[in-house]
Every structure is written in structure tokens, then in C-alpha cells.
Design a protein around this ligand. Structure first.
Ligand code: HEM
Length: 123
């Protein structure tokens, strides 16, 4: 888990799927099931951060600035997923948070794939 990205990728892919399922449940009016999925999703937020932090702690000295932005970007993605879901369930406006989610996801994904471990698509 310190040297390859498999566990980290698994956690954020599962989180994205749970995020979509929670929105789907909301749209189909199933509030209670949505709450349960949201709770499981919060556990996955912690797992994303834990696996990301393990990679970060061992490899960030290679390029502290980019690893730092990757770390922050990942946290923003998680925060925006949470904001979109909480505001959706309260019936509040989510436009800005969707935009921030999309931008932070693209930045985080790009940096993850650019940094040296695992996928190396942009270097
Ligand atoms: C939902 C949020 C996140 C997404 C979508 C995401 C996405 C990615 C992607 C696409 C990679 C590249 C995988 C590979 O090259 O095999 C990666 C690697 C990494 N992520 Fe995340 N990540 C997220 C959250 C985080 C967080 C919160 C942290 C820090 C606590 C973090 C730290 C790292 C580190 C250190 C790497 C290794 C970079 C490398 O050397 O290649 N990530 N992430």
C-alpha cells in the first residue's frame, strides 16, 4: 500500500460509484437508503485519505509541491462530494459545488496520473 496505487485507486473508484448510487437513490425518492449509502461513502472517504496518505508519506519528497497539491486536490474532491450530497438531500442549490467537484477531480486525476507511481500518462 506504500509502494503501489492499487488500494488507493480501489477506494476512490468505489467512492465514485457510491456517490452515484446515493444520487440515484435520492432521485428515486429512497431517502433512507440514500442515508445508509452516504454513511458507507464516508467510511470510504477515510480509506481514500488513509491510502493516499500512505503513498504521500513515503514518496512526497520526490516532488513535495506536486504531491502537496495532489493531497489538497484529493481532499477538495472529497469535500465537494460531501457538499453535493448534503445539499442535494436538503433540496439546496448544488451548481457551484458540482463545478468545483469537476475541476478538483480533473486536477487531482491529472496529478495522480502524472506523478511517478502507477499510471504515468503525462510525464
Ligand atoms: C477522490 C479523491 C481522489 C482521487 C480521485 C485520486 C486520484 C488518484 C489517481 C488517479 C492517482 C494515480 C494512480 C496511479 O498512478 O496509479 C492517485 C495517486 C495518488 N494519490 Fe490520490 N486521489 C484522491 C485522493 C487523494 C488524497 C486525499 C490523497 C492524500 C491524502 C491522495 C494522495 C495520492 C498519492 C500520494 C498518490 C501517488 C502519486 C504517485 O506517485 O503517482 N489522493 N490518486
Amino acid at each position: 500500500m506504500f509502494d503501489n496505487t492499487h488500494a488507493h485507486i480501489t477506494t476512490w473508484v468505489v467512492a465514485l460509484i457510491l456517490f452515484a448510487v446515493a444520487l440515484f437513490l435520492h432521485n428515486s425518492g429512497n431517502k433512507k437508503a440514500m442515508k445508509i449509502v452516504q454513511m458507507i461513502l464516508r467510511l470510504f472517504y477515510l480509506l481514500i485519505i488513509a491510502t493516499g496518505f500512505m503513498l504521500f508519506s513515503k514518496h512526497s519528497s520526490y516532488d513535495p509541491a506536486l504531491y502537496g497539491i495532489k493531497f489538497l486536490g484529493g481532499i477538495v474532491v472529497i469535500a465537494m462530494m460531501e457538499m453535493v450530497l448534503v445539499r442535494t438531500s436538503k433540496g439546496k442549490n448544488t451548481g457551484v459545488f458540482w463545478a468545483l467537484l469537476l475541476i478538483s477531480f480533473i486536477v487531482t486525476f491529472y496529478l495522480g496520473a502524472k506523478l511517478p507511481l502507477g499510471w504515468n500518462w503525462f510525464s
